[in-house]
Design a protein around this ligand. Structure first.
Ligand code: PLP
Length: 452
């Protein structure tokens, strides 16, 4: 609940300073109108005018235990009082404890943790480790993917944000990972799509030259690109191909990890163990920037007597690690992972499928845990997206109208191209979900008016 009276004047001052001096990511600076946020708690945030929103986005899909969880806030305060910062070359309690708790939960023998400041740099380092481990140059990644905004990571990303920085990307090769809804001329069933994608991948590896490929990097469940849960057998098939050709298999769990899919890691849904696994976001609910790479025994061995040539000043920052220790503790004690699995299966999935029956703008519903996407279309038969790929301005009006309608109902939706994602905190309650779903119902009625 907002604990202070609305204060539009204070909001206007925050906004004015922002507009004068903050250079926003991914934005045309004069075409944006950021909301001034006064506070947040749990699944809600509020502005200075007294408007409160249910956050269906978890920020950028990272506040897995919600905003301002008291145990995490207290842990950061206590760490700040005890030892705010200490350089990475030293053993520090918060850092070693965070690494231990993470390693205990990662699949297989991914027991060594290299800490970064976020997801993109985790991906950068995973690729560097793979190149040094194999002595090979190339990296394979999926077209429908997001791996981060730094140079190597944006080049690996599949979406249009890559285009502006797509230079110096020698050695990155993209492939088509499974997506049955948009593969219908090649496959009618999940089994066929799985076979299509694996055959395409093996052919890609063959034409690139297996001896030139260091790493294959995949989001276990692609997030930003549309939450396409891979068909059974796909990731196991990729694991086999990587073993066959000596390629390092990297799963990017920056978004899918730490409870999002209703498992500690999405890899657990499929029983697959990669050689390297990246994480960030949910590891500490994003309270203090933190990411990392979980490293297998074999790859750790490569750097046992040979220095790993990479590091960051704030690697394993004590404040960030204290937040991770507390977040993992909260997730374990409060059954947050189980909550995401149960409410995803019992509430969100059935409710979204029911919305799809009533709203012609919904082309497909897909997801798992607290990780769901609605694919909005102009025409269900042709599957033409509700807005063109990478639309801006007028061309994007239907999605803008959809988002405005949700906000008018007190719900902040996640909108990306022609999709809305339902990705609330993993500790969201059933009542909160019902509030969110009712607003989506109303907003979809607006989207329906743009269908043909
Ligand atoms: N990898 C995945 C799968 C992501 O979803 C993201 C961010 O959304 C990143 C990497 C980049 O993380 P960051 O923004 O912390 O650099």
């Amino acid at each position: 609940q907002p604990d202070a009276q609305p204060d539009p004047q204070a909001g206007a001052a925050v906004k004015a300073a922002d507009r004068a001096h903050v250079f926003h990511s991914w934005s045309a600076q004069e075409l944006i109108d950021p909301l001034a946020v006064a506070g947040a708690e749990g699944a809600y945030f509020w502005d200075y005018d007294g408007n409160r929103y249910l956050d269906l986005t978890s920020g950028l899909v990272y506040t897995n235990v919600g905003y301002q969880h008291p145990k995490v806030v207290t842990a950061v305060q206590e760490q700040a009082a005890r030892l705010t910062t200490f350089a990475p070359a030293f053993a520090v309690e918060a850092r070693s404890e965070a690494a231990r708790l993470i390693a205990e939960r990662t699949p297989g023998d991914l027991d060594r943790i290299f800490f970064t400041n976020g997801g993109a740099d985790a991906v950068e380092h995973a690729v560097r480790m793979a190149r040094l481990h194999t002595g090979r140059p190339k990296v394979l990644s999926a077209y429908r993917s997001y791996h981060g905004g730094t140079q190597q990571a944006i080049n690996m990303t599949g979406d249009p944000r890559r285009w502006a920085s797509d230079h110096g990307s020698a050695g990155v090769v993209h492939f088509w990972a499974p997506f049955l809804y948009r593969s219908r001329f090649y496959a009618e069933t999940e089994e066929q799509e799985c076979a299509r994608a694996l055959e395409h991948l093996e052919t890609t590896i063959a034409f690139e030259g297996p001896q030139t490929v260091a790493a294959l990097v995949l989001e276990t469940v692609p997030g930003t690109a549309g939450i396409m849960v891979p068909p059974p057998g796909y990731l196991a098939g990729v694991r086999e191909l990587c073993d066959k050709y000596g390629i390092v298999f990297v799963l990017d769990e920056v978004m899918a990890g730490f409870g999002r899919t209703g498992e500690w890691f999405a890899a657990d849904l499929f029983g697959v163990v990669p050689d390297l696994m990246t994480f960030a976001k949910g590891v500490n609910s994003g309270y203090v920037p933190l990411g990392g790479v979980a490293i297998s025994g074999e790859i750790a061995e490569t750097f046992a007597r040979r220095p790993y040539p990479g590091g960051l000043t704030y690697s394993g920052h004590p404040l960030a690690c204290a937040a991770a220790v507390a977040t993992i503790g909260v997730m374990a004690e409060e059954g947050v992972v189980e909550n995401a699995a149960r409410l995803g299966a019992d509430v969100v999935g059935p409710a979204l499928r029911e919305l799809a029956e009533r709203h012609p703008s919904v082309g497909e519903v897909r997801g798992v845990g607290m990780f769901w996407a609605l694919e909005l279309v102009r025409n269900r038969e042709t599957r033409e997206p509700l807005v063109p790929y990478n639309a801006t301005g007028e061309a994007n009006a239907p999605m803008a109208a959809f988002a405005a309608a949700a906000k008018a109902h007190g719900v902040w939706p996640f909108v990306n191209m022609n999709r809305t994602h339902v990705v609330p905190p993993c500790n969201v309650t059933e009542a909160e979900l019902k509030e969110g779903l009712a607003a989506l119902d109303a907003a979809l009625s607006v989207a329906d008016t743009f269908t043909e």
